[in-house]
Design a protein around this ligand. Structure first.
Ligand code: PLP
Length: 428
């Protein structure tokens, strides 16, 4: 096993405000026509487009360095291992981890949460213990806990949402009990855009002696992340939400917690010694990485992180909030529209969710698609949010660093077309 490489820092300077028009040149997928119109890609909470540098990194890896990691004593394997472990070190540095051993590569946020639920949950939960979730969670931060609760007899409890899409933090003192072992909460809601006050939640959770897992799928891509400042114990995120490839993501965990957890999956790479009736485990983080990993994905995710870091997550959030502010202002002009999430753009990242009375969200999305505007309609894998607001689906536009005010105008023009077809006058 190679020692971790020194992290590198990007050389370019951070700019205080970003220029989406200049950045768009880096994203080949944005330069196409869809249904006879220039593409306005407003589905970034589902996945983001990839800059040329990320695409190049993927291709270069396969063209020049392709080999398995940690295994072969030959040049290509050395290069692949260096790039793979170098990416880990860079990600660790980027999120403020103590070191690369605290960063486990996973397929994404979903696998990272399943890892903690199965491994930590399987060895720490028993009958009557409580796991605290929230109504805001993506299914990825609910179902893994349901599975482990069923196996261990633990009980799930939920913090509710208020009318404006914020967590009812006033419920925490009552919901956090001496039986609570862990709380799992999203950093940013994919369905509402709400940014949660993680440090405040962490303080309350730790006062009760419980652990805090943060689902950072919508956090790391849009928001500066420093796991120490957040005060959490686990942080899960995905590469594809921050301009990296699909099928790669990471789990950060405090070293002593990861160290005490049993492996999640068994196979090559994660062992020290294998005997007929027992095996011993490799050191962190390899104990959690069974089998040949997504090497190219990890290598390219680092390039995405470098790209994001050069722009500066603060500038990205500021840009998204200005687009959200503009979109909300314009959406409020539509008679009878129902908007979800906090009214103040400063409380959210680049997501706007809404519904019209007379047009089903799927019809809205279909009509917008004919205009070249890509948005999302449905429950956004957040059925508890839909249940809270008594709707089956919402329409969601989600912005990223390359989106412009003109694209918000395109969304509004598309909604005009929807209204002229359906004549929306009230709320759903
Ligand atoms: N959590 C949230 C808040 C999300 O938005 C998503 C994806 O949309 C996930 C978890 C799951 O991420 P992935 O599918 O990359 O594992």
């Amino acid at each position: 096993m190679n020692p971790p490489l020194e992290p590198t820092t990007p050389t370019a300077k951070r700019s205080p405000a970003l220029d989406p028009y200049a950045l768009r040149g880096d994203f080949p997928a944005l330069h196409q026509e869809v249904n006879g119109h220039p593409l306005a890609y407003l589905d970034n909470a589902a996945t983001t487009q990839k800059p040329e540098a990320v695409l190049e990194a993927l291709l270069r890896y396969y063209r020049e360095d392709n080999a398995n990691v940690h295994r072969g004593i030959h040049e290509l394997s050395r290069r692949a291992t260096e790039a793979y472990e170098g990416s880990r070190a860079r990600i660790a540095e980027w999120i403020g981890a103590e070191g690369p051993e605290e960063v486990v590569w996973t397929r994404g946020t979903t696998e990272a949460i399943n890892l903690v639920a199965a491994s930590w949950g399987g060895s720490n939960l028993s009958e009557g213990d409580e796991i605290l979730l929230t109504e805001m969670e993506h299914h990825s931060n609910i179902v893994p806990w349901q599975l482990i609760a069923e196996r261990t007899g633990a009980r799930l409890r939920y913090v509710e949402l208020d009318e404006e899409g914020r967590l009812r933090l006033d419920q925490l003192p009552e919901l956090l009990t001496e039986r609570t072992k862990l709380m799992a909460v999203s950093h940013v809601s994919n369905a509402l855009g709400t940014i949660n006050p993680v440090p405040e939640i962490a303080r309350l959770v730790h006062e009760r002696g419980a652990l805090l897992l943060v689902d950072g799928a919508q956090g790391a891509a849009h928001h500066p992340v420093d796991v120490k400042a957040l005060g959490c114990d686990f942080y899960a995120f995905s590469g594809h939400k921050l301009m990296g490839p699909t099928g790669i993501g990471a789990l950060w965990g405090r070293e002593e917690l990861l160290d005490a957890m049993p492996p999640y999956q068994g196979g090559g790479e994660m062992i020290r010694v294998v005997k007929p009736d027992m095996s011993t485990w490799a050191a962190l983080p390899h104990k959690f990485e069974a089998g040949t990993p997504n090497i190219a994905g990890a290598v390219a995710m680092r390039v995405a992180v470098d790209y994001l870091d050069r722009i500066g997550p603060e500038a990205v959030l500021e840009h998204e909030q200005s687009l959200v502010g503009y979109a909300l202002e314009r959406l409020r002009e539509i008679p009878g529209i129902r908007l979800y999430g906090p009214p103040d753009p400063e409380e959210r990242s680049g997501v706007v969710s809404f519904s019209l009375q007379d047009a089903h969200p799927h019809d809205v999305a279909t009509i917008l698609d004919t205009e070249g505007v890509a948005i999302r309609a449905g429950h956004h894998c957040a059925q508890l949010v839909m249940r809270r607001y008594q709707v089956s689906a919402t329409t969601r536009a989600s912005f990223y660093l390359y989106n412009t005010r003109e694209e918000v105008d395109r969304l509004m023009d598309g909604l005009d077309a929807v209204q002229s077809i359906f004549g929306s006058t009230g709320t759903q």
